[in-house]
Design a protein around this ligand. Sequence first.
Ligand code: DHB
Ligand code: MG
Length: 596
Amino acid sequence: MRTSIATVSLSGTLTEKLTAAARAGFDGVEIFENDLIGSPLTPEEIRDRAADLGLTIDLYQPMRDIEAVPEAEFARNLRRAAHKFRLMRRLGADTVLVCSSVSPHAVDDDALAAGQLRRLAALAQESGVRVAYEALAWGRHVSTYDHAWRIVEAADHPALGVCLDSFHILARGSDPTGIEAIPGDRIFFLQLADAPLMALDVLQWSRHYRCFPGQGDLDVAGLVRAAVRAGYDGPLSLEVFNDVFRQAEAGRTAVDAQRSLALLQESAGLTAPPAPVVPTGFAFAEIATADTARITPLLSALGFSRTARHSGKPVDLWEQGEARILLNTDTSGHKPDLSLTAVGLETPAPEAASARAESLLAPVLPRRRAPEDAPLDAVAAPDGTEFFFCATGRRGHADWTGDFAPAPQAPTPQAPAGIGVTRIDHVALTQPWHQFDEAVLFHRSVLGLHPHASVDLADPYGLLRSRAASNAEGTVRIALGVGASPTDDPARPQHIALVTDDLVAAVRGARAAGARLLPVPANYYDDLAACHTFAPGELETYRELGILYDRDEKGEFRHCYTLTTGRLFFELVERTGGYDGYGARNAPVRLAAQRA
Ligand SMILES: O=C(O)c1ccc(O)c(O)c1
Ligand SMILES: [Mg+2]
């Protein structure tokens, strides 16, 4: 279907908004009145600019407080409307949105509303304009789409139809299947927005927290299905009021918006892009540092051995069990020193994963970095982390490990056997403040991971938000984090969490080998004793070793942290009984300890 976006969804001047929408591939725009009024361009210049960019102007909006008012007031409203219709002719826009009235002068009289909307539509028709009537969720007397449709049906004028807005419909908990009873050609416009579920006044919720479909909790795809079944064939138009998007770079937001519509159309069964390819595990995590001596003692103490070196690049492979770390000393390309720069994902079909990513507008990276390298499909995430689609040791696929030659000091049977790390549990990646929702949608749509609920974590200097995305088995987990404000330290550390089946033994091994772990305050253990009962000596062991503990209905979680080096630290985790979290309860203790 055609795609459109309301100018209110993007930051910048009207010209910047139009340019961003066009570059991202939108077919049209909804022009918000404020964007037009504040523009130095004449309506004709705006029309021409849009046309030059290949954009149609699908909607002009909004007109407010028109209907169900005393006659004298309605006469004034018609005069106002006549002005707007003339403007729309100059703009080349043929559909105007009329929001249900919020005026204290409006009366609860459907027949009056229908009669006045009919007269408005007749006036609009003379100017070649159609009127799309939208129920605002906080409308004074009309706040549901079925009520708006009853009034439009009663008004019975060909230039009057409804505008359906997924936010207003789903935020109120209305059943969208009723849309199927509306004749498709009377649905003049379809506005789409998602939102996280929040117990908030609906107007505030709508004006500040809308997001693109797939980033929130509403079933926007179900609503689109109902509209299409009704016969709607106009544009799918995003109308998102969001405090962050108002500040973010418009070009990025517009691409994110297109990705959202691509996923939405797939979810609604309207398109069939290359299917998602869900990763099955971590192939590696790659750390960039100019000075490996800053990190190799820690890797050794955590039980890793350097097993191989890349044949053409300054990259070492360190291994323990199935956990693999690449150390790359090539820090060109503005990578912050000692940071997590790339993640390898075990993927059943790397090329299909790459095709999926490309169809969702993810920046696909060159497959071969050097002529002699095995081809490797990779994409860049919104935060710049490179995700490689890997088929480690699998026949019939290019294997990245083939680019590595065994290190001269490869482990011999006498070499230390590690500390019991079996694989990577999760990676935690700090996101740029303006791109958190974009990152969630990216991990969901491009990487095929399932996003979990967002949690707020108290840091001594501000609240952090964290949202994990994982595969169903929990063998790929990515924790996305973001600071409290745009100015929050963008260099917050990231981390790599490693799985062990026996954390106590692993910590003893790591400490004996010289690893320095994050000290945990005694108060934490006193509090833990109040919350849970432990086997004799268990709590004392945790206290001695700096191990944190959590428990849910399914199982237990033990974890601890190394000190931070550069922009990176490690976590050791032990999960039992299907515990599926990340120890969020302990995060404030960890964050405070890291600030100490
Ligand atoms: O918040 C508002 O006033 C407003 C205006 C126009 C819309 O289409 C809408 O959904 C909300
Ligand atoms: Mg709307």
